[in-house]
Design a protein around this ligand. Structure first.
Ligand code: PMT
Length: 401
């Protein structure tokens, strides 16, 4: 449910802090990765060691630790998260959030973020009902902070009433609901191809290319993060499987086509794989031997075109079919021709000339060619290309509702 989601868990001071340990387990069971920030108050109730053991990550405690700042600046902490979760949220930290105070790592990360924030308040009933707290809560609600709990019940201080922190399972449910509601591609199906294909010549030799799979894998990850049920059909690569995708590994172009057709129907297909255009007509069943009479001649046959096949699929054509165009000259012009020849809706043209490092590298420069014209994107990381493309896909599929 929470595969690929990154949660920054801020544990503030309060007796309910001990429940944050169970919460880490509940969130991780659901597939989330959890990174913890422990306030000075929180550290009176739980230790960094126990949080670190359960989250299997370093725990961040001090804004002015030079090592922490060098390894992971406080701004980076919130930037790397999909959700900031404050558990327990004491009256003190809620007041600081409402007033924009940033005097430790937790409050600085909360002020420096543009990500969603969810809080699970926990405090004495009188503190909860106090006009100052209620005013702070109103401010935070108005700013879009999400609340889970508190509930009503017996409190550690011996009183009864609202202020008891929600149970870890209920907090984990609220986090799951949050991602489900905010996942713009929830209920959509995406199909992505990635990596090279290997076309066998004989049992030990094959024809391949330099595609690493970085671009295609990043696109699948970005679509899955937006809630799409994503199938990634990948040729041989060393890339790790992106979280939360349905992974299908293939070798050849024909296997890739068969896997793609099996994955239909889909709302969107993105063909980022560098599929071999040709294969040898007859694959040798035994290793080819040097004969001494000269070099062998390989007779080639054209491979099926996956992008063109998906674009032309009679009943199962995805609403949005997107291809890439890898060109070394006349990049946009050739991409336009490819778009109309293959019948896809958008084509992302990228220059793969020597020196560009597009094949195998970490960055890419894209020209998005569609019926509406050409959009030139600045050079950016392949991850950022994937995010931008996923946002465009989200807008487009939304517009088609
Ligand atoms: O994997 P990386 O190292 O991260 O590099 C990324 C990339 C350069 C491989 C990627 O950005 C890219 O350009 N992918 C398409 C590579 C390619 O084969 O381009 P093409 O112009 O030859 O093909 C045009 C389109 O047809 C592509 O969408 C391709 O997936 C598709 N195609 C091509 C041949 C074929 N038989 N079937 C296809 O579906």
């Amino acid at each position: 449910m929470l595969h690929g989601k990154r949660i920054l868990l801020i544990v503030s001071g309060g007796i309910a802090a001990y429940k944050s340990l169970e919460l880490v387990r509940r969130l991780r069971e659901r597939g989330a990765s959890v990174r913890c920030v422990l306030t000075r108050g929180g550290a009176q109730f739980v230790t960094p060691l126990s949080l670190s053991a359960l989250s299997e990550d370093k725990v961040y405690t001090d804004l002015f630790s030079l090592t922490d700042e060098a390894e992971m600046g406080h701004i980076q902490l919130s930037r790397d998260a999909d959700l900031l979760l404050v558990v327990p949220a004491s009256a003190d930290i809620l007041a600081k959030m409402a007033h924009g105070q940033a005097d430790d790592l937790a409050t600085t990360a909360l002020l420096a973020t543009d990500k969603d924030v969810m809080v699970a308040p926990a405090m004495n009933v009188r503190m909860w009902t106090h006009a100052a707290t209620q005013a702070n809560l109103a401010t935070l609600r108005e700013r879009g902070v999400h609340f889970v709990g508190p509930t009503e019940g017996d409190m550690a201080c011996g009183e009864f009433g609202p202020g008891r922190m929600a149970e870890p399972n209920d907090i984990a449910d609220a986090v799951s609901d949050f991602f489900e509601d905010s996942a713009p591609l929830s209920g959509r199906r995406a199909l992505v191809t990635s990596g090279p294909t290997h076309e066998a010549i004989d049992p030990v030799r094959y024809i391949a290319n330099r595609s690493s799979g970085k671009q295609g894998h990043a696109i699948a990850a970005a679509l899955a993060r937006r809630g799409a049920h994503t199938t990634l059909v990948a040729g041989p690569t060393n890339q790790p499987d992106p979280a939360g995708v349905n992974m299908i590994r293939v070798e050849s172009a024909r296997e890739m086509l068969a896997a793609c057709e099996k994955a239909l129907p889909a709302d969107v297909a993105v063909c980022a794989a560098a599929v071999a255009d040709w294969r040898v007509t007859t694959e040798a069943t035994e290793k080819m031997k040097k004969s001494g009479t000269g070099v062998p001649t390989l007779e080639m046959t054209e491979n099926p075109d996956i992008l063109a096949t998906l674009s032309a699929a009679a009943n199962t054509r995805p609403a949005l079919v997107i291809g890439f165009a890898a060109e070394t000259e006349n990049v946009v012009e050739y991409a336009q021709a490819k778009r109309s020849k293959k019948g896809c809706d958008w084509i992302l043209a990228n220059d793969v000339s020597p020196g560009t490092d597009t094949f195998g590298g970490t960055d890419n420069t894209i020209h998005l060619v569609s019926a509406d014209g050409i959009e030139d994107w600045p050079r950016m990381s392949k991850t950022d290309v994937a995010e931008r493309l996923a946002d465009r896909i989200t807008e487009q599929l939304g517009a088609g509702e």
